[in-house]
Design a protein around this ligand. Structure first.
Ligand code: ITT
Length: 212
């Protein structure tokens, strides 16, 4: 196996999700890479036809890299609920519909798990996954995945973050992602220990492999 390819110069952040874009910009900030968003370049949103998080991350990164003629980083992520056999999973964005209504998507999760009688914390387990793919214009790919386990709370708590953050209580913590600062949710510990969020954990692997 060859060594991972290093990232230098400019990088397209291939997302149209403002919350993810902010987190990815914050994660990249210390590394001296010039980040340009898919929105700034007017890139289209490709159809996510994959059946896994990584397949969809690769679809988005290939689409952006070939159009922008630059390396592109995409994230495909989502919330998986144990009691719902892993749903919404890769359909996490789609559960919020065209209007991106995550209040409704969180209410749907709550109604589906309460219909199954899941009231105790141990019956309300879930996990976030982030699949990160970097694709270069010549088609080279580097892939990384991060996961954080937790419990789903009701009612939702906090207004920070985005998406499903207000219902996700990461294991070992007393505040949801929606109640945490961005530094607490996805900051990279200076001592190199494991970061908290799924995206930060995937990014730690990416940084080790592809950033100086
Ligand atoms: P792009 O494809 O343009 O990146 P998207 O929102 O469609 O944006 P996904 O297909 O990966 O992205 O959908 C993942 C959804 O899962 C996303 O819309 C969020 O609602 C949710 N999600 C992912 N990471 C999250 C996080 O850190 N906190 C809260 N919700 C998250």
């Amino acid at each position: 196996m060859s060594a991972p390819r290093r990232l230098t110069g400019k990088l397209v952040i291939a997302t149209h999700n403002a919350g993810k874009l902010r987190e990815m910009n914050e994660l990249m900030a210390p590394y001296g890479i010039t980040c340009i968003s898919a929105g700034e370049l007017g890139l289209p949103e490709p159809e996510e036809t994959g059946t896994t998080f990584m397949a969809n991350a690769l679809i988005k990164a290939h689409s952006a890299a070939s159009r922008a003629h630059l390396p592109a980083l995409a994230d495909d992520s989502g919330l998986c609920v144990d009691a719902l056999d892993g749903a919404p999973g890769i359909y996490s964005a789609r559960w919020a519909g065209e209007s991106k209504d995550f209040t409704a998507a969180m209410a749907r999760i709550e109604s589906e798990i309460s219909a199954k009688g899941c009231t105790e914390p141990h019956q309300r387990k879930g996990w976030f996954i982030s699949a990160l793919a970097i694709v270069w214009p010549d088609g080279h790919e580097e892939c990384f995945e991060g996961r954080i386990d937790g419990t789903l709370v009701n009612p939702p708590r906090g207004t920070a973050g985005f998406g499903y953050d207000p219902i996700f209580l990461p294991e070992g913590h007393e505040r949801t992602f929606g109640e945490m600062t961005s530094e607490e949710k996805h900051g990279l510990p200076a001592d190199g220990s494991l970061a908290l969020s799924h995206r930060a954990r995937a990014f730690q692997l990416l940084a080790k492999a592809c950033l100086a």
